[in-house]
Design a binder for this molecule. Structure first.
Ligand SMILES: Nc1ncnc2c1ncn2[C@@H]1O[C@H](COP(=O)(O)OP(=O)(O)OP(=O)(O)O)[C@@H](O)[C@H]1O
Ligand SMILES: [Mg+2]
Length: 610
């Protein structure tokens, strides 16, 4: 097996901490120099801007008011152009560096998230809504990207702008400088209050957004059911209700954002008025020159701008942080350990399996024993049939073998070694399952058939697998044969065709242990006979579990296990079970009766035709 772990450059498990600021700092690893460059860039641009106001003051005092300047107007003009160029250049460079950092980090998180989701347990996927995971892999990661691209860099810009301008102002006239920052404590308090409230509102908004994308995803998957039951109006109503809730939460969030502005504007407005007045008074009584006053007016604007924006940024940062948390809760989920196990045979397994008092309950209902007291033995190469009413636990039992779920009591022994000692990846390489509801990817039929194997496959191999699954003839009748796309943009396969492609997919994998979960349920009897013939060849020397409802399918099995409510109620060969009074006999009688009636009917139709 090749693993493509190089696709992500950092193990995000290392990012997990209780403090998200620490986590976000760790996430920057590998980009810290680039990102420092971005912040330095905004710093230099801020310096250049301050330089322009100083130069303006110098020009007013030295050229316009007195004639004391050592530089010509032309030189001063060149200075302005130079500063403007520096400002533009560094602002651009900073944007480019921040862009590379934020896109790189977003890609890093996306890759890791996808990889991680692939490795989560069956139980996790049983309990998590698909839309929720989609939301966290897209919109939340984008909020993290914006955090680095705009907000964190914005904090850098704001801090340098503020510091540079404030220090220059201190140097220019320290009393004026102090008068100009009276508003700071008020703005910071205000933004902290808003930060908490916006965080909560944004979290609520994202939650609702996830509900909505889940509803959409489910509706699209189940669109045929909706149409079949003519429930469009109901679905639309449900969607609109959730969408309305999203609208309300979005409105609330926006309202909070926008109510911050007027308050902070009023505060900075007062500050500006105060600054200008005090500055003007100082200029009038000669404490500062006119040029200095003009410089001051510019600097004051660029001290207040950061103060005003700091609050906005702090408020906006909350979304990046909340999204970071939402992504991290998925990343924190433990992976299914695929390679853990102290027993790794070099060779393929023989396929001797003993079930010893197996008990099992699903995580979401630990008190409901889905399987209880399951005990039986299978020799290598034998065929075991599992029979039982719906919900009796057949699929569950089959799912224990590849360790999709872990049994909660008893033992399963494979070739003399307990199943839990085998690494899951090894077991899954040895076991081939044709699922009850096979899923095909929207790829070509060939890709679907060769899905389970990690090597070059010849066309002959693919075709012989398809022939064994009795689907070759259907495939060559499709427009592009084996290269026909399945699903949305290609052909839609019938239920039986899908099942047979899934059988071919398992056949080509050539597993030692075969599980056929209702694998021929959507196939007519004649085709089933063909497939069974092919499977009989395939099943030779392989341990096989067949789950089926038709007696004809199971009667040739070496062992038939009849389940009811998670317990074995009958066990034996076809002959043994027919001889006993019980469920098996009853099913047999009903089915043979139906078959006989069918035959009679067919015969009478044939008679009529003749
Ligand atoms: N992922 C799951 N999480 C929780 N409970 C489950 C899960 N899958 C199945 N169950 C429950 O376990 C019981 C056994 O289900 P199982 O799918 O094994 O039945 P089955 O015998 O395969 O039925 P069928 O013939 O309809 O396929 C059922 O009561 C079902 O509700
Ligand atoms: Mg089942």
């Amino acid at each position: 097996m090749t693993t493509l772990n190089s696709q992500f450059d950092m193990d995000l498990q290392e990012v997990i901490t209780d403090k998200r600021s620490v986590g976000m700092w760790r996430l920057l690893r590998g980009y810290r120099w680039l990102y420092s460059g971005a912040i330095l860039g905004v710093g230099i641009a801020a310096f250049a801007r301050t330089g322009m106001y100083l130069l303006l003051g110098y020009f007013v005092d030295g050229v316009l008011v007195n004639d004391t300047a050592q530089f010509t107007s032309f030189q001063i003009a060149l200075g302005f152009i130079g500063l403007a160029l520096i400002m533009g250049l560094f602002a651009f460079a900073s944007g480019a560096l921040a862009g590379r950092t934020s896109e790189g980090i977003a890609k890093r998180v996306r890759d890791y998230m996808f990889d991680h989701i692939q490795h989560l347990t069956f139980t996790y996927h049983d309990q998590t809504k698909t839309g929720e995971l989609v939301q966290r892999s897209t919109s939340d990661i984008d909020a993290i990207r914006r955090f680095y691209a705009d907000q964190a860099i914005g904090i850098g810009r704001i801090t340098t702008l503020f510091l540079v301008n404030f220090v220059v102002l201190l140097w220019l006239e320290w009393r004026l400088a102090l008068v100009s920052v009276i508003v700071v404590p008020f703005t910071i308090t205000l933004s902290i209050i808003f930060f908490g409230r916006v965080s909560k509102a944004y979290e609520k908004y994202q939650e609702q957004d996830a509900v909505l994308s889940n509803r959409l995803q489910e509706n699209l998957t189940g669109v045929r059911v909706v149409k079949a039951f003519a429930r469009q109006a109901y679905e639309i109503y449900k969607f609109e209700t959730e969408n309305w809730e999203k609208y309300l939460r979005g409105k609330r969030l926006l309202l909070m954002h926008s109510s911050y502005w007027p308050i902070s504007d009023i505060l900075t407005g007062f500050q500006m008025l105060l600054g200008f007045t005090v500055g003007a008074l100082m200029a009038i009584n000669g404490t500062i020159t006119v040029g200095e006053y003009i410089t001051y007016a510019g600097l004051l604007l660029w001290i207040l701008w950061p103060i005003r924006n700091l609050g906005r940024l702090i408020v906006q940062m909350s979304s990046g942080l909340v999204s970071f948390d939402r992504v991290m809760t998925v990343i924190k989920e433990p992976r299914e350990p695929l390679d853990i196990g102290d027993y790794l045979p070099e060779e393929a397994v023989e396929g001797a399996i003993d079930f010893e008092n197996i008990a099992f309950a699903y995580d979401d209902a630990p008190d409901v024993g889905v399987l209880q007291d399951i005990s039986f033995s299978v020799k290598p190469g034998q065929v075991v049939a599992l029979l039982g009413s719906t919900g009796s636990g057949k699929t569950t039992l089959a799912n224990l073998l590849p360790r999709f779920y872990e049994y909660t009591g008893g033992k399963i022994i494979l070739d003399g070694v307990e199943l839990k000692r085998y690494p899951r990846s090894f077991l899954r390489g040895q076991i081939g399952t044709v699922e009850q509801e096979p899923f095909l990817f929207s790829r070509t039929i060939r890709e679907n058939i060769t899905y389970g194997i990690d090597r070059e496959v010849t066309q002959e191999e693919v075709e012989s697998a398809a022939q064994a699954a009795a689907v070759h003839d259907s495939i060559i009748n499709f427009p592009d044969g084996y290269n026909t796309l399945v699903g949305e943009k290609g052909v839609t396969l019938s239920g039986g065709q899908k099942q047979r492609v899934a059988i071919a997919r398992t056949i080509i994998k050539n597993p030692r242990i075969l599980i056929l979960d209702d694998a021929t349920s959507s196939v007519d009897l004649e085709t089933e006979a063909d497939i069974r013939q092919a499977l009989d060849n395939l099943m030779e020397n392989r341990t096989t579990f067949i789950i089926a409802h038709r007696i004809q399918t199971v009667m040739k099995a070496d062992l038939i296990v009849v389940l009811d409510k998670g317990r074995i109620i009958q066990i034996g060969t076809h002959e043994d079970l027919l001889a006993q009074e019980g469920v098996y006999q009853r099913i047999h009688d009903i089915q043979t009766q139906i078959d006989a009636e069918l035959e009679k009917e067919i015969a009478s139709v044939e008679m009529a035709v003749k």
